[in-house]
Design a protein around this ligand. Structure first.
Ligand SMILES: Nc1ncnc2c1ncn2[C@@H]1O[C@H](COP(=O)(O)OP(=O)(O)O)[C@@H](O)[C@H]1O
Ligand SMILES: [Mg+2]
Length: 258
């Protein structure tokens, strides 16, 4: 389990996160949404051990603030919002960077690449790929890092993803949502920052809504995604539809049926 309690954090001298409590379960896909600048990436960085915070965060019962990054790397992999690569790596070289927990096991790198639909791209230069292809290569890299969602010891692995579908077309967005669902179904945990509310409603078991560094609400998307709450958070009129009845989808109010 991921358990964050009363987390506050600064970026530079600015107080960004205010007293956020949030939990995520292995076996589930959890999403963090909220307007730009709400603190989603900052909160993700605190949860992955990449930013100092006050309050407490534990992952699988381990205190993040006390854990060594090398130990965290065994149980969690992080897809950042952007991953610049300074050297002219080929695609397979980038994915191999993820093999820190299984050095030399190239079949895992190959399988991870296949998982994101990029078999055949091994020898291409990363820098010469489209933004969406680069994003999928990075996803393959972190999948390779925590290739097994659940260890033999029953300890779950975690994926922390910052806007994993921001550069992807709708087909590849759905592919990534399938990958994270499969990871969770196999016993792993997923925490992902999302912009697309509809894809979130469709894909997440739990959602945390942030605004101005504060948690407005969390829970099942169909309870968190309400007209008043979303319109307040995003400062525009939004209308939550219930058709199809299986999950919510959100329309700008101007497009809502009258
Ligand atoms: N390194 C930094 N130094 C100062 N302010 C930062 C830094 N990184 C982010 N911020 C500020 O923190 C706030 C939250 O940023 P971020 O977590 O990236 O938001 P989100 O991911 O929700 O769009 C923003 O106001 C942003 O300008
Ligand atoms: Mg962000």
């Amino acid at each position: 389990m991921l358990d964050a309690r009363n987390v506050s954090a600064r970026q530079g001298r600015k107080h960004i996160l205010h007293d956020i409590s949030f939990s995520a379960q292995p076996g589930q896909v959890s999403a963090i949404v909220g307007p730009s600048g709400a603190g989603k990436s900052t909160f993700l960085k605190a949860m992955t051990g990449d930013l100092a915070y006050s309050g407490s965060i534990t992952l699988n019962g381990q205190d993040i603030a006390q854990a060594r990054l090398a130990d965290l790397a065994r149980i969690r992999a992080v897809l950042s919002q952007s991953t610049p690569m300074a050297f002219p790596f080929t695609v397979i070289e980038v994915v191999r960077l993820g093999l820190i927990n299984s050095p030399g096991q190239d079949h895992i790198a190959q399988s991870a690449l296949a998982r994101v639909g990029l078999t055949g791209f091994e020898g291409r230069f990363y820098q010469e790929l489209s933004g969406g292809e680069q994003q999928r290569v990075q996803l393959a890299r972190i999948l390779a890092q925590v290739w097994r969602p659940l260890g033999d010891d029953g300890v779950p692995s975690w994926l922390f993803l910052d806007e994993p579908v921001s550069s992807l077309d709708i087909g590849h967005q759905l592919q990534v949502m399938r990958i994270v669902r499969d990871f969770a179904s196999a016993g792993g945990g997923v925490v992902m920052v999302m912009h697309d509310l509809n894809l979130t409603a469709m894909s997440a078991d739990k959602v945390l809504l942030l605004k101005d560094g504060r948690a407005i609400d969390q829970g099942n998307p169909s309870t968190v995604f309400r007209n008043d709450q979303l319109s307040h958070a995003y400062e525009c009129d939004l209308f939550v539809n219930r058709t199809p009845s299986t999950y919510a989808f959100i329309l700008p109010q101007s497009a809502a049926p009258s």
